[in-house]
Design a protein around this ligand. Structure first.
Ligand code: ATP
Length: 936
């Protein structure tokens, strides 16, 4: 680092106040460079390396994770855990009080404790891995910034910034370090992250009086956002030395929010636990008067209650949501909140941008228009290889357009071809200028830029002010949407001479524009004017312009979009195109990708939206099936999203610019562009598309739907077997049988042994083939719909009937009267083994049955989820061990089953599958499309 750099101190040790700090904002622009040991060309690479060693990376210390022990401890404060712990304590107490002591009671107490520990371990592991997933997903969207080093503009990861770096800021950027502005064009920033004040505040590049640095109007700070304008700034503090670093607390991570789905499951589980408690109490009340010992009856009732609590459910739910998140990431959709996984599945409308989402954002200027003549441009992509037909009349048009651009062409490197750094629309103009033989570096040097009025999507134009080549006056170059530019023109350069822009010539420009637009081209108009003052106010600079011509650029549709549009149509999802572009361009592209298929789609422009009230807008949205919103600004987008939500739609909306943030936040699913979007949009969205493609949104919707379906699958699977566990116990109680048909320890072995893996495998089922062939789920539909409850009762009922029959058949076959049965009778032990094995085997078939909702299982293939088969085999093997291994026999009071027993159970499982296949067949036949929003 150069000497005499009073404002630089190594990371973390900058004095909070003092001369050094106030120095940076009071310095004249020229002195800022010297003070920070840098130059207008930026730092040299060797200096960067030295500073990197001295100041360290531009990172904040990691947010404090809640201690692992605390995380683990919270697992035991969960309602289930508390209930179970109390139950375990009572059972231990019962064991001590009873004389003689009963090993069975002790086993039960230990088993319940085991359940709590196992559940806590699973829950903890899940949360830990979910946190790691979130971290790794975040790392997939790197935070970058544009930096000037060695006189070259480069894009770098934000953590590479060092003090003295010169950064280039544009609207939508998140500021990556504390910087002093040296050049500011209509810049305003949002300091909410630092000050909590969310209004945009204007910034300047001029020196200001000494004041606390946070109040300095020429400084911007890490963690804040640029909301408008563009600027150049010198970094003066990085990492922990920034203002943000100072207030950044190692605070506990934000509490994890539960999604509505998780809340629904939790409330259902609570209700089931309540019911279990009631059933336990009822059984106690029924059995006590029959002369059973008090403690024994109490322990029995407690065991039943514990068995009915759906222990593994919350963990299974988190796993299936996490699997959904990972699958979406593989399809280029990063979901920042679990909530989005759920909402995605019920999306009814997607409002999508055009450029980059439906199209490739690979702009190529293919037509130029000036002085009433068209000039074709050859060559595609960003390589400046191609020609402009008869370039002379359009040279001035291209020169002005290139000078009024901030993008830069990057020559091929590392197997990559020519690239654009910055806006692709501008990149295409630079390429066309090069094709016409213009040397852009020379042009820049001849007419240096002195001011800029940046592009924004409300004004739809941008202008720059340059000193003219003889240094006597200034020139303004303007480019933007033809309508906007034309409205500010009073003259035209027409075949070499300047003419007044008559209505006739205006008409000629409009016709030419429409012709280019209806070919699906994005059209920009270019104009200029001389001014005497380089600091001319914007309104003056952008009025009385001289029209130069039009540039039409091609942006081919993404190849996979048509298919995705088709999928949306089948899935009952409406697509609304929202674009800042010309209606004809929009319609041509919409037709190409299949969004518009009929003549006369409803095309609504931003200016029309301004004239209609909410009522009329609602009517418009209700009537039109093919809707294109053109020439709209982000405020219009927000209004349409709100109107759609009023109509009860679940809206996904895409956005990339800083001012898209309100619509992204307001929508049910805000989707930001990962590749081309601004930092602000990415922060506001709940989903980020790594590849910006519309097809990825559709892929995510499909996965969202399948996550929801899978959750239903394992809910049906888990809850139906509870019926099979409960019914034999109730039957035995009411039939006056003195012992239980299945013990609490056996039930726990099912719930936590043989049932967990199949439930997880169901949560990982691939999407059903027809998942996108049905209308979206209704927002109001509950997870436990009547259809789901019906299936639980249907499948659970069959299972219950089977195992109860098996039990009593065994008991009766022994010929022993009910009252003489003891726990040690072989017949009893065989009977309870049959009941447990019956549930395990039928659950295996049940898992297969719930894999589809209405399609035949054989259509998706019996073997298509190998995890489920493996999980089923594991469960059966565990059951076999419980039946045959002597130590487990002792623990569970079981007896060995013979081949005929297994055959009976398997036949019974096949029966269950056949019954379910018949039900599905009936549903397909009688309700081919299914009632809207209701699964069957
Ligand atoms: P799309 O839906 O195609 O993504 P958009 O909504 O992103 O479009 P904007 O980028 O806001 O549209 O652009 C709106 C209009 O402004 C464009 O049609 C074009 O005429 C003009 N425009 C776009 N980029 C620039 C630029 N860099 N300089 C000047 N004008 C531009």
């Amino acid at each position: 680092m150069g000497s005499g750099t009073p404002v630089l101190t190594p990371g973390g040790s900058r004095p909070p106040t003092g001369k050094a700090e106030s120095a940076v904002q009071t310095l004249a622009t020229g002195n800022v460079f010297a003070a920070l040991g840098t130059s207008p060309r930026g730092l040299a690479s060797s200096e960067v390396a030295a500073r990197r060693t001295q100041f360290g990376p531009n990172e904040l210390p990691r947010a404090g994770r809640r201690g692992l022990w605390r995380d683990l401890a919270t697992q035991f404060t969960d309602l289930f855990a508390v209930v179970l712990l109390v139950a375990s304590a009572i059972t231990f107490l019962a064991y001590w009080l009873r004389d003689p002591r009963d090993v069975g009671t002790l086993q039960l107490a230990v088993a319940i404790l085991g359940v709590v520990l196992l559940n806590a371990a699973i829950g903890f592991a899940q949360e830990y891995s979910a946190e790691r997933t979130a971290e790794s997903l975040q790392a997939m969207v790197p935070h970058t910034c544009r930096v000037l080093r060695d006189g070259q503009r480069q894009e770098l990861p934000a953590h590479d910034l060092v003090p003295g770096d010169i950064v280039v800021l544009e609207a939508g950027d998140a500021v990556s370090a504390d910087c002093r502005l040296i050049e500011a064009h209509e810049v305003s920033v949002n300091n909410a992250a630092l000050t909590g004040e969310s209004d945009a505040v204007a910034r300047t590049g001029e020196p200001v009086a000494a004041s606390p640095v946070l109040e300095a109007r020429n400084c911007v700070f890490m963690g804040t956002d640029v909301v408008a304008g563009s600027a150049k700034a010198v970094v003066f503090a990085t990492g922990a030395a920034t203002e943000f670093g100072r207030i950044f607390r190692l605070a506990a991570a934000a509490p994890r929010q539960k999604t509505p789905l998780q809340r629904q499951v939790a409330s259902m589980a609570r209700r089931v636990a309540g019911t279990a408690l009631a059933i336990g109490a009822a059984l106690f009340a029924v059995r006590l008067p029959t002369g059973q010992p008090f403690v024994e009856t109490f322990v029995f009732a407690l065991g039943v209650m514990v068995a009915l609590v759906p222990e593994g459910l919350p963990a299974t739910l988190s796993v299936s949501l996490a699997i959904g998140v990972r699958r979406m990431a593989r399809r280029h959709a990063l979901v920042k909140q679990l909530l989005a996984v759920e909402a995605l599945g019920s999306t009814t409308v997607v409002c999508t941008d055009k450029t980059g989402t439906l199209t490739q954002a690979e702009m190529t200027v293919v037509q130029l228009w000036a002085g009433g003549a068209q000039h074709a441009v050859s060559g595609v992509g960003y390589a400046p290889a191609g020609e402009v037909a008869d370039p002379r009349p359009v040279r001035e048009l291209l020169r002005a357009a290139a000078l009024c651009s901030n993008a830069r062409l990057i020559p091929p490197a590392d197997r990559e071809g020519w690239r654009v750094l910055g806006d692709t629309t501008e990149g295409a103009l630079l390429v066309a200028a090069a094709k016409a033989g213009l040397d852009l570096t020379d042009e820049d040097a001849a007419e240096p830029r002195v001011a800029e009025y940046p592009f924004d999507s409300v004004r739809k134009l941008m202008s720059t002010v340059h000193r003219d080549s003889d240094g006597r006056g200034y020139l303004v170059y303007v480019k933007g949407a033809p309508q906007e530019v034309l409205a500010r023109c009073t003259a035209v350069d027409w075949r070499g001479e300047q003419q007044q822009l008559t209505d006739e010539l205006r008409g000629a420009v409009t016709v030419a524009n429409d012709e280019l637009a209806s070919q699906g081209l994005r059209v920009l108009a270019v104009a200029w004017r001389p001014v005497t003052d380089g600091r001319a106010v914007r309104d003056e600079a952008e009025s009385g312009l001289i029209f130069l011509g039009l540039a039409g650029m091609l942006d081919p549709p993404r190849p996979d979009v048509s298919e995705a549009v088709d999928a949306c149509r089948r899935a009952g999802i409406r697509i609304v195109m929202v674009t800042g572009d010309h209606p004809l361009t929009a319609e041509a592209v919409a037709r190409r990708v299949g969004i518009v298929r009929h003549p006369g789609p409803t095309v609504v422009t931003g200016s029309r939206l301004d004239t209609i009230d909410d009522h009329a807008l609602d009517g418009l949205l209700a009537q039109s099936t093919e809707l294109l919103l053109c020439r709209v600004s982000p405020e219009h987008k927000m209004r349409v999203v709100t109107a759609l939500q009023r109509r009860d739609e679940v809206v996904a909306v895409t956005g990339d610019g800083a001012n898209d943030a309100p619509a992204l936040k307001h929508a049910d699913i805000g989707v930001a562009m990962g590749a081309s979007g601004t930092d602000v949009a990415r922060e506001a969205a709940v989903m980020v598309l790594l590849d910006d493609s519309f097809a990825s949104i559709v892929a995510a919707v499909r996965l969202g739907r399948s996550v929801y379906q899978n959750i239903r699958k394992f809910l049906i699977y888990l809850f139906s077997h509870n019926i099979a566990e409960l019914v034999p116990i109730l039957a035995a109680t009411f039939a006056g049988f003195p012992l239980v048909p299945i013990t609490a320890v056996q039930i726990l072995a099912i719930d936590l042994g043989s049932d967990v893996l199949p439930a997880l495998a169901l949560g990982a089922e691939p999407p059903e083939p027809d998942v996108m062939d049905r209308p979206p789920r209704s927002r109001r539909e509950r997870l436990f719909s009547t259809a789901v409850m019906g299936r639980i009762l249907f499948l659970g009922g069959i299972q219950a009937l089977g195992v109860t029959a098996v039990f009593f058949w065994h008991i009766h076959a022994s010929g022993i009267p009910y009252s003489e049965f003891t726990e040690d009778d072989t017949a009893y032990r065989e009977a309870i083994t049959m009941v447990q094995a019956g549930i395990v085997v039928s659950q295996f078939f049940n898992a297969l049955a719930v894999r589809t909702e209405r399609q035949s299982l054989f259509r998706i293939g019996l073997l298509s989820n190998p995890w489920l088969l493996a999980a089923g085999c594991f469960g059966t093997a565990l059951m076999a061990a419980i039946s045959y291994a002597p130590p487990l026999q002792a623990l569970f009071n079981t007896a060995p089953l013979d081949a005929a027993d297994w055959a009976v159970l398997a036949a019974f499982g096949v029966l269950l599958l056949a019954a379910e296949e018949t039900r599905k067949w009936w549903v397909r036949r009688h309700r081919p499309h299914g009632p809207k929003g209701e699964e069957q």
